[in-house]
Design a protein around this ligand. Structure first.
Ligand SMILES: NC(=O)c1ccc[n+]([C@@H]2O[C@H](COP(=O)([O-])OP(=O)(O)OC[C@H]3O[C@@H](n4cnc5c(N)ncnc54)[C@H](O)[C@@H]3O)[C@@H](O)[C@H]2O)c1
Length: 360
């Protein structure tokens, strides 16, 4: 069964490339609108392993003329909106850039679909755990509360945790979003814009809130995102991986194959209006230290060292409850941290060898 014509914004990136590998063959056309952002793509070159069927249009989602040109010849049945500025820490200093691409880029998408007079039958958005901020925590007396954002003064004083409390996994159905970064705020804005527009125009929407995605294909040059790729490159060079705060920052690291499979499942299932927003992760939280140790071990690199540094806007603990996603989609995460880390290292070795000039 064909899934028709698919338009993927940001489709030349990490997640888009993995998704094309799984799904492009089932589409009549697989069209990508991507600016080949130089922070992500070395020399603004598209990834070498982009699916051969992908029709790549190089352009910016904030440019209405690009949209009009594109939609004059493409009538998408499915639109997958991945294009975004993704630097969490960077977004505090470059808020306008993040807002322009993530927020205005989303409204340019809806405006352009409106001008073209063609409404897709399914719209999907890759949202982020960043919309939750710190999410919910529970005190030892059982009280559940939202601690809000850690202040600069708290960071300076080395007060990493919220006193007498443990973090709870977030869920789309039970955690009120409260982003602590401009990036997170723009991802929430994307959700709200597409909900409002899709709701009034009758375009069904699925939002996948992704945890920390890692794996082959993640940019090796983007120093603002992809901590696992960065750790891997340092350990590979025999360097000691530095750990921010006390190393106990919590994250749900989910492997790229599992994330791409979640998109495939959501597309093949079609929209579910009762459950438009789903969490995608492993459902298991690890610390940054766990991840760093697994990578250092792989390379027999020095043991990671806590350096007590921090980033304003970072959340202390991020994890999610995936029960609703497991119930809703024909999907379950398959990749353990160890297996995912090993697969990533094999890919990094291949990539770096490919880039080395030939000798002889
Ligand atoms: N990777 C993660 O851990 C993660 C977690 C949560 C959510 N997400 C979301 O998933 C989506 C894809 O992320 P990714 O990890 O593949 O990132 P990525 O940086 O690899 O891919 C994003 C793609 O968007 C393109 N792009 C950026 N600005 C653009 C613009 N103005 N116009 C057109 N294209 C533009 C880039 O060139 C890139 O190819 C993003 O929306 C991101 O917010 C990612």
């Amino acid at each position: 069964m064909t899934i028709g014509t698919v338009l993927v914004t940001g489709g030349a990136g990490f997640i888009g490339t993995a998704l094309a590998a799984k799904l492009a063959d089932r589409a009549d056309r697989w069209v990508i609108l991507d600016s080949l952002h130089p922070q992500v793509h070395e020399g603004s070159r598209p990834p070498v392993d982009l699916h051969p069927k992908a029709e790549l249009v190089v352009g910016d989602v904030t440019d209405p003329a690009i949209w009009d040109d594109l939609l004059a010849s493409v009538t998408p049945d499915i639109v997958i909106h991945l294009a975004a500025e993704t630097g969490t820490a960077q977004s505090l200093d470059e808020a306008s850039r993040h807002a322009r691409v993530n927020v205005v880029g989303t409204t340019e998408l809806t405006d352009a679909l409106g001008r073209a007079g063609h409404l897709p039958s399914h719209l999907l958005l890759s949202s982020s755990r960043a919309v939750y901020g710190e999410g919910n925590w529970r005190r030892s007396n059982g009280e559940v509360y939202q601690p809000g954002q850690r202040s600069h003064a708290q960071f300076e004083a080395g007060q990493w945790d919220f006193e007498d409390s443990v973090s709870l996994p977030s869920t789309a159905s039970g955690t009120v979003p409260a982003p602590t970064s401009v990036y997170g705020a723009t991802k929430l804005a994307q959700e709200n814009i597409l909900k409002a527009w899709g709701g009034s125009r009758g375009v069904p929407l699925t939002i996948l809130r992704l945890q920390n995605v890692y794996g082959p294909g993640q940019s090796l040059i983007n120093s603002y995102t992809g901590i696992v790729s960065l750790f891997s490159q340092w350990a590979r060079e025999g360097k000691t991986i530095p750990l921010y705060e006390d190393g106990k920052i919590g994250r749900d690291f989910v492997f790229i194959e599992d994330v791409a499979d979640a998109f495939v499942a959501a597309i093949l299932a079609g929209p579910d209006s009762a459950r438009p927003t789903l969490d995608v992760g492993t459902g298991v939280a690890h610390t940054i230290e766990d991840m760093a140790i697994a990578i250092a071990r792989y390379y027999a690199a020095p043991t990671p060292v806590v350096n007590g540094r921090y980033r304003d806007g970072d959340v202390r603990a991020a994890s999610c409850d995936i029960s609703l996603t497991l119930e809703t989609l024909d999907w379950a995460p398959q990749w353990s941290l160890e297996r995912g880390v090993a697969e990533l290292q094999a890919w990094i070795a291949e990539e770096l060898t490919r880039k080395e000039p030939a000798h002889g």
